[in-house]
Design a protein around this ligand. Structure first.
Ligand SMILES: CC(C)(COP(=O)(O)OP(=O)(O)OC[C@H]1O[C@@H](n2cnc3c(N)ncnc32)[C@H](O)[C@@H]1OP(=O)(O)O)[C@@H](O)C(=O)NCCC(=O)NCCS
Length: 470
């Protein structure tokens, strides 16, 4: 499996040279162009061989050790502990994320776009995450169409959101809408009817595709309800996933459509251990359906150390401008950063639990800004922060990664194109995450992954254990 991506590397090594990625992918696309345009049929073919692969791995290497667990790891939020299987993406501390083996710049090169040299279409990434294969434009178009046909929201979902005060945080309204969508869970229905476990992945697939198709509508409803007097914009049958989301929010400029395609693609997945992905996976391991699992994931994403950081960044940047003006000097900026730290707060958008270099999701957004909005004053401030913050965080002596992450940049791009409401930003992140989390949930069920249940211990247990070990 994941034939195409591994084929790509085999192809490279066989030729003993580095053929351009574009050429290799074109070759792969020719291979796949005659195949079915239906994503589900593709999965049906892939699942048996992956089940065999997992069985073999377990039988042949089940007892191989992957490292030692230290007391620091137990007390330190399990940092560095390898403990999860997550097929769709892998995070390297220095290189950043790879989706099925492809880095962000590679995805930008090889995934189909809406226009020549354009940003990747998120549907293409969904296809890649689920199958490990780079899809053709025809396959992506077919998936776009399928997602549009699944994008139907029962009225009670809107009513559930309307029951909340309009002042409720957008993430609360969004997660409530996702919970209401659960009423139509195919998995729950099938389970109640007594479905055989070998078939679990099928209703999980249906729920996941429905969920991915529907969350932009729920998210756009929340935005229009809070900020645009409830004037809802319907889905446009001619637009792709990212463009449609932007359109339903009320932003139709071609550059904003491109930004949204890029945004959704790069925010979709970040391996399995981050709070939202891990939560989704954990909850789903109890055979909770994708809606229940994804709503739980969203509640984790809503925390300020995780997804909410994108809101915090723009609010923080705007507070810098309010206090010091747009033409802030480097010295003033340093002073402001120190003031934040001395106030016992984090500098939002910097640091990471795994990454140890500048986040490539930050870098590609910076490139987008350099291309489309180089003179934007807030972008220039973000660029200044890139110079000022890392040395200060390094000086603190305890921060493991002083470099900017994805959230340091996204807000100023959205703000530039008129999406200025920072409190809403995490909802955009949430919509994107549906693609990564649901792709893995389908594989969780296809591979029959078990209930997640790590061992916990008390301080007393640890003290006694360490005494004995000394
Ligand atoms: C992302 C984050 C939660 C990772 O946490 P972590 O893995 O525990 O990070 P570290 O091991 O480097 O933390 C060590 C210390 O440095 C601090 N630190 C890390 N990043 C910091 C930042 N951006 N500003 C100030 N202090 C920071 C931590 O709070 C911790 O302090 P403590 O020992 O007093 O509790 C952390 O870097 C952070 O809070 N960043 C700001 C929020 C953010 O941007 N989140 C989005 C992440 S994609």
């Amino acid at each position: 499996m994941f034939r195409s991506v591994s084929l790509l590397s085999k192809l490279r090594s066989r030729l003993g040279q580095q053929p351009s990625l574009k050429d290799s992918v074109r070759w792969l696309q020719i291979q796949s162009s005659s195949s079915d345009l239906d994503l589900r049929s593709q999965l049906e073919e892939l699942i048996p061989e992956q089940q065999e692969r997992l069985k073999k791995l377990k039988a042949e290497h089940g007892k191989v050790q992957l490292g030692n667990i230290t007391v620091d790891m137990v007390l330190g939020g399990m940092r560095g502990m390898t403990g999860l299987l997550w097929q769709t993406s892998l995070l390297d501390p220095d290189e950043g994320i790879r989706f099925r083996g492809l880095s962000i710049p590679e995805c930008q090169k090889v995934l189909p776009a809406a226009k020549p040299e354009g940003e990747p279409l998120p549907e293409g990434l969904l296809w890649l995450l689920l199958t490990g294969k780079v899809p053709s434009k025809e396959q992506v178009d077919a998936l776009s169409k399928e997602l549009r046909s699944r994008a139907v929201i029962p009225d009670f979902v809107y009513k559930a959101i309307d029951a909340l005060p309009v002042t409720a945080h957008p993430m609360t309204q969004f997660a409530t809408g996702v919970m209401a969508l659960q009423v139509h869970s195919e998995f729950q229905k099938a389970y109640e009817k007594g479905i055989h476990k070998s078939k679990y992945w099928e209703p999980t697939y249906e729920d996941s595709l429905n969920l991915i198709a529907r969350v932009p509508l729920v998210a756009a409803y929340v935005y229009r309800r809070i900020y645009k007097d409830g004037q809802v914009i319907p889905l446009d049958d001619s637009l792709d996933y990212g463009a449609n989301f932007s359109h339903m929010l009320g932003f139709d400029s071609p550059k904003m459509l491109e930004l949204m395609r890029l945004y959704v693609t790069i925010h979709s997945d970040h391996e399995g251990g981050n709070v939202s992905a891990h939560t989704g996976h954990l909850v789903a391991s109890a055979l909770s359906d994708p809606y229940l699992s994804f709503a739980a994931a969203l509640n984790g994403l809503a925390g300020p150390l995780h997804g909410l950081a994108n809101q915090e960044v723009l609010i923080w940047i705007k507070s810098v401008v309010d206090e010091c003006g747009e033409n802030i000097t480097v010295d003033q900026l340093k002073e402001y950063v120190w003031k934040t730290l001395k106030g016992g707060k984090v500098v939002p958008g910097f640091g990471h639990g795994v990454l140890r270099k500048t986040d490539p999701r930050y870098t590609c957004q910076r490139e987008f800004a350099l291309k489309h909005l180089p003179d934007d004053p807030l972008f220039q401030l973000v660029s200044k922060l890139y110079e000022v913050v890392p040395p200060i965080l390094t000086e603190l002596g305890k921060v493991k990664n002083p470099w900017p992450n994805v959230d340091a940049h996204s807000g100023v791009l959205l703000n530039h194109f008129g999406l200025t409401e920072a409190r809403y930003f995490t909802v955009l992140f949430g919509v994107s995450r549906s693609i990564g989390i649901c792709s893995q949930l389908i594989w969780d069920r296809a591979l029959g992954l078990p209930l997640e249940r790590p061992k916990s211990v008390t301080m007393e247990w640890l003290e006694n254990y360490c005494k004995k070990a000394a």
